[in-house]
Unconditional design. Structure first.
Length: 137
């Protein structure tokens, strides 16, 4: 009997940089990615949107949301980790752009470190790949 190692999850990291000089994005984003790698996932890519404020509808804007969907598909990413706080409405709107079959989807929460709350969408399909959305709190 041959043992086959499970396929490593491929993550796409998404963040909005608000240009706050008191809280630069780079060090926190690097720590966030290190936490993702610590879970065994491979960070396949990163998308940072620079905005003066968070877009109320999608967090990143509709054009960037479409770019995220395309980039996730190009990279074969099966998880999308969102660095910034993601409101339920924003998550819903992102799911419309990154389509998932809701009949088999189920949301769950877990804490993997004191600084990170992972919100994962299990068994959802996006161009026949599993996908998930997570965020740091």
């Amino acid at each position: 009997m041959k043992l086959v190692a499970p396929e490593r999850e491929r993550a796409l990291v998404v963040a909005v940089d608000l240009h706050d000089p008191r809280r630069p994005l780079a060090p926190e984003l690097e720590e966030f990615e290190a936490l993702i790698v610590a879970t065994g996932a491979l960070v396949a890519g990163r998308i940072v949107q620079r905005l003066p404020k968070i877009d109320a509808a999608t967090m990143v804007g509709s054009g960037k949301a479409r770019e995220i969907a395309e980039r996730a598909d190009e990279l074969g990413a099966n998880k999308i980790f969102v660095f910034n706080d993601l409101r339920p409405r924003q998550r819903t709107n992102l799911e419309k752009t990154i389509p998932c079959r809701s009949s088999t989807a189920r949301w769950s929460s877990s804490t993997s470190s004191p600084n990170t709350r992972v919100v994962a969408k299990e068994n959802c399909k996006s161009n026949s790949r599993n996908c998930a959305i997570a965020r740091q709190t």
